[in-house]
Design a protein around this ligand. Structure first.
Ligand SMILES: [Zn+2]
Length: 226
């Protein structure tokens, strides 16, 4: 695994972790309350399937669709963009706030925000796409959860912030996808509202437009400001 780690300063911003997660793999990264978790599309159009756990209570898990509804009711997002990431009931606590989102605010165009609150790809999903046996985000999450002593079957991992996944629900109720709007070097920032464990799958799919038909690596940073 070509994981790079370093610690250096950028003005008032201190980079505490700087990690490249290889294509088609999963990883966990701890982020303390008040720190910023940054995802960087350093090789271009690539989706990260992202979820969060409360680092002090792994039973408190991010809930993507639930957050979409709560953001919609507040006028701050929905299924294609979130401002506040909430944990699942019975917790329903703000876990993170999106504080910088160039794609989500429309700088790269598109009629939607360019993310998707939905499930991740899995063995059964790839079977229906005609690629049985292909590696999936489910495999990546299984590896990532193992890093922190969890088994995938004991988690609530199917509710995902699909960062830069340019998919939507069509008029017939089916799912539609186009290549991500993100460009090389773009990023999205999450401010941790509690101690978090970010659980990451660098989506391995090369059968659909979701990663523009080529899986790539992604870069992640943990930043401290001021
Ligand atoms: Zn995937």
């Amino acid at each position: 695994m070509a994981i790079q780690q370093s610690e250096h300063c950028l003005g008032e911003e201190t980079i505490l972790q700087d990690i490249v997660v290889p294509r088609c793999s999963g990883k966990t990264i701890r982020v303390e309350r008040g720190q910023v978790f940054r995802v960087i599309a350093h090789e271009g159009k690539q989706v990260v399937d992202l979820t969060f756990l409360n680092a002090d209570n792994y039973k408190e898990h991010f809930a993507a669709e639930h957050s979409a509804v709560l953001n919609s009711l507040q006028g701050i997002g929905g299924y294609y963009r979130l401002t506040k990431l909430y944990s699942k009931p019975p917790f329903e606590n703000p876990m993170a706030t999106v504080v910088d989102d160039l794609v989500g605010r429309g700088d790269r165009g598109g009629v939607r925000a360019g993310h998707f609150m939905m499930c991740h790809c899995s063995k059964r999903l790839l079977e229906h796409l005609g690629f049985p046996g292909a590696r999936t985000c489910s495999d990546n999450f299984s590896d990532a959860f193992r890093e922190i002593g969890l088994r995938q079957e004991d988690t609530y991992d199917e509710t995902i912030f699909n960062v830069w996944m340019n998919s939507w629900i069509g008029d017939d109720g089916g799912m539609c996808s186009e290549p991500p709007l993100v460009e090389t070097g773009d990023h999205i920032d999450f401010l941790a509202e509690m101690n978090l464990m970010a659980v990451i799958s660098v989506c391995p799919d090369e059968t659909s437009p979701c990663n523009d038909f080529k899986a790539k690596s992604l870069r992640f940073q943990v930043l401290e400001r001021g």
